[in-house]
Design a protein around this ligand. Structure first.
Ligand code: SAH
Length: 254
């Protein structure tokens, strides 16, 4: 019997944002692997084994899931948001690349989910309406000077920038340095959106400017969208403004 590994996206938090395909993959799995709080979001079903692990143990978690699948089981590896965005699908690929030949014969499926930047964008309007890029601010897996260069190049090229992993207890100064770099390149009034725990009970969304953006408003569960020179606000009486980036651009200051 050949094993099966599904790398499944949970979406950002709201159960209504879980796709029917993801739900089906969970229902069919013999075993579930994932970061503990993510696994807790998957309804438990009788006869299913669950293997929670710590946040940063991605390689070990992926390898354990692959070993289990190689024994002939249907295994689901759970990921927040979309598994292909700074998450478990690439971790599983890395383990398959360097792992035993037999892992290449496994049935592997990646089940997409709604990624955080789309959920945050939807809350405020259409900040990703024109060209944008996504960047992880974590320097655990890449050097800090590369992150700064990419931020600068993205800002100079006129991309709206979605920043994942903006801050953590171990990375407490990087976000302030990133804002400093962006302030040198973008106008003070550039819209900035902080979306925290979007789709969960403790959701918080704030719209501010690059000049006023405060790194202390962000935590590990926050995604930040920094606008381009085209991104603007539409004021609305009695409602929060819409943030949007027009689809048409005549010329961008680069
Ligand atoms: N695979 C995930 C991203 C993993 S990186 C996805 O596609 O969304 C983890 C980062 O994602 C967090 O530091 C935060 O920046 C962002 N994030 C994840 N869930 C979020 C949520 N519900 N609201 C806001 N940001 C979120």
């Amino acid at each position: 019997m050949s094993g099966h590994l599904s790398v499944v996206g949970l979406g950002p938090g709201d159960a209504r944002w879980l796709t029917p395909e993801a739900d089906q993959a969970f229902a069919q799995a013999h075993a579930l692997y994932g970061y503990g709080p993510y696994l807790d979001r998957v309804p438990s079903r009788p006869g299913q084994a669950r293997y929670p692990s710590e946040n940063r143990e991605e390689a070990a978690r992926a390898a354990a899931a692959l070993r289990h699948a190689a024994q002939g089981a249907r295994v689901a590896l759970v990921s927040g948001g979309d598994p292909g965005v700074f998450a478990m699908a690439a971790a599983a690929c890395a383990e398959i690349e360097k792992g035993p030949e037999a892992w290449r014969t496994l049935d592997v499926a990646v089940v997409p989910g709604i990624t955080a930047m789309l959920a945050v964008s939807a809350r405020v309007g259409a900040p990703l309406g024109h060209d944008f890029c996504a960047l992880s601010l974590s320097d655990n897996l890449k050097p800090w000077d590369l992150i700064l260069r990419r931020l600068a190049a993205a800002a100079d090229a006129g991309f709206v920038i979605a920043i994942y992993n903006p801050i953590s207890r171990a990375r407490d100064w990087q976000l302030a340095a990133a804002f400093e770099e962006l302030r040198r390149r973008l106008g003070a009034s550039t819209p900035v959106v902080f979306g925290r725990a979007v789709g969960r009970a403790d959701e918080k969304v704030a719209i501010t400017t690059l000049a006023a953006a405060d790194p202390n408003t962000a935590d590990m569960a926050t995604l930040i969208i920094v606008g381009s020179s085209e991104t603007r606000l539409i004021a609305r009486p009695g409602r929060s403004p819409l943030v949007y980036t027009p689809r048409a651009v005549e010329s961008v200051r680069v």
